[in-house]
Design a protein around this ligand. Structure first.
Ligand code: HSE
Length: 433
């Protein structure tokens, strides 16, 4: 048996999950790999709070740099979050040739290029399975099982908090804010939770998936991002009636050599597997040119699922260190190309759901249809319910595929019509065909 000494920076929700997992199953990991994982140091500014774990004397410290500089420590696990101190500590550990494991998607989305390059220059590795999809080994699947495939598309439900909120809104009709408070209590949400509900957390994960799929660090600016803030129960009910569910979906496609990347609330057909992914679960649907369609499912947030992904990386990094692997595939795959070309948000072709509130008088619908026609948007279905308050009727339209720029121009014109009340609501519709 060989032993590997681990230094953990950050003893919050995930840090505690990692320590708990190693305490529970460390012996099993050692039996399976011949490597004994030993948590030698844990650094956190708060070393008083009880995390419900027994930590041997001398392991807890408030000095993160001392952990990185300790020559006895082989692996550094960065779980402090944020992008300032986390970046400094990660780069310092890599410069010392140490292998770094992180769950920090914001760090990789914002500073990935610098971090992968620093790892490469110092003949070491950065491992980041826990940054995407919590407990789902999606990055490992991409860089191992699917290594022989060109990735045609990836669709992901990547935020546990949003999926939990949408699921409970659909099932229980509860207000958004009340469900968000539950998600925070369950340890799913970011601090602040705006990162979840505005789609930023999903976008961080989407750019990491896209970077690995297409071989260069993708900037956040390449991802057109919308969240679920302000989602109303009536949209969820309308979608349901038409045979769809609303999911916050990351969409990544190889669009004839251009990378298409977006995060937005999207209607998905109820019969598609991805529509059945509920609560805090995440799922990633990947199409490869050799394998075809594959799907990966699991808990995307929370102490133990994310801890499980970190532990997987710890054992891989330990084996790489002990076997003198040098720069691992988790780094080389991100640095295959200097840059990529992106499909601009305006050029993305998509189907849409549109809800209008239209005055109930002759010619109102005709005016709307004329605008759609002028912008080359074909209508797939229209549902108008009988008159509601003050002579206005809700109209729900599903369109065929058209360009984003045409949709946005059409919506501006429809909003300006005298017969239209409220700004129209519009969401993407994806039928995976
Ligand atoms: N806030 C994230 C989520 C946690 O809700 O999925 C995991 O990244």
């Amino acid at each position: 048996m060989r032993e590997i000494k681990i230094g953990i920076l950050g003893f919050g929700t995930v840090g505690a999950g990692v320590v708990e997992g190693i305490q529970k199953n460390g012996a099993l990991m050692a039996e399976r790999t011949g490597i004994v994982p030993r948590v030698a140091k844990i650094a956190d500014l708060d070393i008083q709070t009880d995390r419900g774990l027994v930590i041997p004397d001398g392991v807890l410290t408030t000095d993160a740099l001392a952990v990185i500089n300790d020559p006895e420590i082989d692996l550094i696990v960065e779980l402090i979050g944020g992008t300032t101190l986390a970046r400094t500590f990660t780069l310092e550990a890599l410069r010392q040739g140490k292998r770094v494991i992180t769950a920090n998607k914001a760090l990789l989305a914002d500073h990935g290029k610098e971090i992968y390059r620093t790892a490469q220059e110092n003949n070491t590795g950065i491992y980041y399975e826990a940054s995407v999809g919590g407990g789902i080994p999606i990055l490992r699947s991409q860089r191992a099982g699917l290594i022989g495939n060109r990735i045609e598309s990836i669709f992901g439900i990547l935020n546990g908090t949003c999926n939990y909120i949408l699921t409970r809104m659909e099932r229980e009709g509860l207000p958004f804010a009340e469900i968000l408070a539950d998600a925070q209590q369950l340890g799913y949400a970011e601090t602040p939770p705006d990162l979840d509900i505005d789609g930023i957390d999903t976008a961080h994960k989407a750019v990491i998936l896209a970077s690995m799929a297409y071989g260069a660090p993708v900037p956040m600016s390449a991802c057109s991002t919308k969240g679920i803030r302000g989602m109303s129960a009536s949209e969820i009910a309308n979608a349901e009636e038409l045979g769809y569910r609303i999911k916050l979906l990351a969409i990544i496609k190889d669009n004839a050599g251009e990378v298409e990347l977006s995060v937005e609330p999207t209607l998905v057909p109820k019969e598609h597997m991805i529509a059945s992914v509920s609560d805090s679960f995440n799922a990633v649907f990947v199409k490869g040119d050799i394998v075809g369609e594959t799907m990966y499912y699991g808990r995307g947030a929370g102490r133990l699922p994310t801890g499980s992904a970190v532990i997987g990386d710890i054992m891989e990094a330990a084996a790489d260190k002990l076997n003198d692997v040098g720069v691992p595939v988790s780094v080389t795959m991100m640095l295959q190309r200097d840059s990529l070309t992106y499909c601009s948000a305006d050029n993305i072709e998509k189907r849409c759901y549109v809800r209008l509130s239209l005055e109930d008088k002759p010619g109102a619908m005709a005016q709307v249809m004329t605008i759609f026609g002028k912008h080359n948007i074909s209508i797939a279905s229209v549902v108008q319910k009988e008159r509601h308050a003050a002579g206005y009727a809700p109209v729900v339209i599903l369109t065929q595929e058209a360009k984003e720029s045409e949709f946005s121009a059409a919506m501006d014109e429809i909003s300006a019509l005298a017969v239209s009340r409220h700004v129209p609501v519009r969401m993407r519709l994806e039928d995976f065909e």
